[in-house]
Ligand binder design. Sequence first.
Ligand code: SF4
Ligand code: SF4
Length: 430
Amino acid sequence: MPQEQKRFTLGLNLADYYYDAIQCCSCHQCRWIDFNYVQQPDFSWKCPPWQYEQFDAYGAEGKNRIVADLLTGKLDWSDPKLRDIVYKDMLCGACDLGCKRNLDLERQVLLESLRATLVEKGYGPLPQHQEMTRNIEETANIYGDDQAKRGDWIPQDARPAEKASLLYFVGCRASFRDTKVSQAAARIMKAAQTDFMVMKDEPCCGSFIFATGQMEKARKLAEENIKLMRESGAETVVFTCADGYEMVKVNYPKLLGISTSDLGFEVVHLVELVDRWVKKGTLKLAGEVNMKVTYHDPCRLGRMSEPWTHWEGVRGEWGLLEPTRLFRRGLNGVYEPPRDILRAIPGIELVEMYRHHENAWCCGNAGGVKEAYPDMASWTASERLREAKAVGAQAVVTACPACEEIFREVAGDGMAVYDITDLIVRAIGK
Ligand code: SF4
Ligand code: SF4
C-alpha cells in the first residue's frame, strides 16, 4: 500500500499514482471533449477503446478503479481479462489532459506505469507484440529488414552532409516503407539551404518498446540513442515521425529521470523548422495545391509533446505537492506550425474537424493496438475519416507516417491521405 507522505519521483512507478487513482470523481472529462467545444454530438468522444467497448473498464475512469484495486490487493494481476483491458488502449493522452482540466491528476503516466508493471510481473507484452519486439532487438528496426539497407531511401538530388549541426532522425517507417516522407524531407531541407546529416547506422527509437510497457529495454535504448545523438555533435535533432519525436523529447527523459532540457540537443519536428523558414522567407511555398484539406493532429506531436520536466517531492495533506509541479496539460503542443504551413500554400483551403488541437481523436495506430487489436485500430481510423468527410474535406493531412499508414489502409478510394511533407514538396516545386 503506497504511502501518501512518501517522497516520490514523477516517473513510471505505479504505486506513486495511488492518490491519482482514488481521486477520480467520475466527471468523465476523460471521455468527452471539453463540453464548451462540442459542435457536433456525434463527434464529441475522445477515448477510442471506451467508445468501442462501451464499458467503463476500457476508459481512464475504469482503469483508475482497477489500479486502486491492484495496489490494494483486491484484484489479481494474473486475471486474463486484465491484459485485454490494459493493452486495448492507444495511450493517446486524451484522458490525461481531460482529467487535468478539473483535477490535475496524472493519467498518462498512470496508464504507462500500469503497463510497465504488468510486464514486470510477467503478464505482458501480448504475444502479438513479440514479433516487432524481436525485430527491434535483432535488426534494430521494427520490420526485421536488413539494417544495411536503411539508407537506401536517400535521394541523389538531396544527399545528407557528412557533418552538420542538424541531425535528421528518419525513423523505421520513413527509412524502410514510407520513403516518400524521408525523401520529401531531404528535398525540403535542401530547398531551405539547410545542411543535415543522418546516422550511419540509425537505430530504432524504441517507441513501440516503450508503448508496450517494456521499460527496461526502452531505458537501455534511450541511453544508447542519447549517447549516439550527443556523439554526433548535433545541436538539433529533427523528426518527421511524431512517435520518434515524442519518444526522444518526452519519454527518454521520463525513463532516465532527467528533463528534456538535459538532453543536450534541441528536439524538433520538421513542421516546426519549415514554419520558421517560411516565416523568415528562406523557404517559399509558391506552387499551387488546389485542395480542401483537414489536418489531423498526431497525439504525439500535439497534446503529448510538451517537454518533460523532472520532479521529485512529497504529496502532503489535501493532495498538495511540495515543491509545486509544472503540469503538462497538452495545450502547448505543436498545433499551429502545420496549420500555418498549410495556410501558406496557395490553393489550399484548411477546414477543422470537430475534434482538433488537444481534443483530436487518435488515429488508432499507437500503443501496440494495431498489432494486437487490428479491428479496433481500423475502426478508430475510420471514425476519424468519417469526421473528415463530415466537415467536407477532400483530403486528410497529417505529420506522422504512423497516422498516414492506418488512414491509407482504411480510406480506400473514399478519402485522399497525405503526409504534410508531400504537400510541402509540391509547393516548393520539387
Ligand atoms: S476525467 Fe479524471 S476524474 Fe474525471 S472521470 Fe476521468 S479519470 Fe476520473
Ligand atoms: S490514453 Fe486515450 S485510449 Fe487510453 S484511456 Fe486515455 S483516452 Fe482512452
